[in-house]
Design a binder for this molecule. Structure first.
Ligand SMILES: [Zn+2]
Length: 359
């Protein structure tokens, strides 16, 4: 099995500057209730009327980011900063979007500007320090460029491993693509770290064997040294990347980790064993928002239960897993997306509970 940490964006600080009147209030209200498509449409109309309004660009950038349109979000946020060169919130958001799109240079440049404008903001200062550290590590690595993947590794020691990871990824690309009907078009960055760099840069919990947050991060040593577990870990992280390309947001952790754990390899017996031995089962509601808070043994149960759900999704949805994920990404709930694909949500959850042996 392969467990990993999937990164989430830190919440962007409220844009509601004290005492400042907000343009297009109904668009912000739509954003607030998660209707990013509606918000984006209103912001677009408002920008036609006021094409130099930095706050409207910011809102439009935010909405597009929520819709998974990173390129559009980056361009809109750049406009926001162009029209208001002291717009720190827009810089913080632009830096985050750039970072998630694996553009560390732009992220770093932008957060540097924000830090200069808001020197007392500790969160910005910490982010800047973290990314500087990461940039220094990456600059010391060698890069192998491919069509679907760029692999970064320590040139003096890990070239063979880097080559192998690239091969495994290329085959996972087509195999997983076929299963999920998702073929990510953007080149994905994959970085091989020493174990210490991995903990340092990802701040992943100790049980994590890999991570995905816009690029795949893998600790060299341990799992990667065994060919079989290398394949699982690498495939697992690639599934996260494929899911992200179909649905940038709004994917419950049990869906994300469930599909990754189910599709990482052919052997699923560990999950049944973990569930059988678990002192306590976890409810589906507690598998929605990340596993980072769980300790090692609990996280294992969470992965095992998610795997069962991931398998069930694949069985029930067949070739429609990709469109199911796209529906989640555009703001639909799991229940809505299941129903659209003729899967009764209640029956789905009942079957899941039966399979994990819950009462
Ligand atoms: Zn994972």
């Amino acid at each position: 099995m392969a467990v990993c940490a999937v990164g989430t964006l830190f919440r962007v600080a409220s844009v509601f500057a004290q005492g400042q009147e907000l343009p297009a209030p109904e668009a912000w209200a739509a954003l607030d209730r998660g209707d990013a498509a509606k918000a984006a449409a209103i912001f677009r109309d408002e920008l036609d009327r006021s094409p130099r309004n930095a706050m409207l660009y910011y809102g439009a950038g935010y909405a597009n980011f929520a819709l998974g349109r990173s390129d559009a979000a980056i361009s809109l946020l750049k406009h926001a900063i162009e029209y208001d060169p002291k717009f720190v919130s827009a810089m913080v958001l632009l830096a985050q979007v750039a970072y998630q799109s694996a553009d560390l240079d732009l992220a770093l440049r932008t957060i540097e500007k924000a830090a200069a404008l808001a020197p007392a903001d500790r969160r910005i200062a910490q982010q800047l320090e973290q990314w500087r550290k990461e940039s220094a590590v990456h600059n010391s690595l060698e890069e192998k460029l491919g069509t679907h993947f760029n692999v970064l590794y320590e040139g003096s020691t890990d070239r063979a491993l880097g080559d192998h990871v690239a091969k495994v990824l290329e085959s996972a690309y087509w195999r997983i693509g076929q299963t999920l009907s998702i073929y990510p078009s953007e080149t994905l960055n994959v970085i091989l770290y020493t174990n210490r760099q991995f903990r340092d840069i990802t701040r992943a919990p100790a049980w994590a064997g890999g991570g995905y947050d816009g690029r795949i991060r893998l600790p060299v040593g341990g799992a990667l040294r065994s060919p079989k577990s290398l394949e699982r870990v690498v495939t697992h992280e690639f599934v996260h990347a494929a899911i992200r390309s179909a649905a940038a947001n709004n994917v419950p952790t049990w869906v994300n980790e469930g599909l990754a754990s189910y599709l990482e390899g052919p052997d699923h017996t560990w999950a049944a064993q973990v569930i059988k031995a678990a002192p306590e089962l976890i409810r589906m509601e507690d598998l929605v928002n990340g596993f980072d808070e769980f300790d090692g043994p609990t996280a294992l149960v969470a992965y095992a239960e998610s795997l069962v759900a991931g398998q069930l999704l694949c069985e029930k949805l067949g070739p429609n897993v990709g469109t199911f994920l796209q529906m989640l990404g555009s703001g639909h709930s799991v229940d809505q997306a299941l129903s659209t694909h003729n899967v009764q949500p209640d029956a789905f959850y009942a079957e899941w509970r039966k399979r994990i042996g819950a009462k």
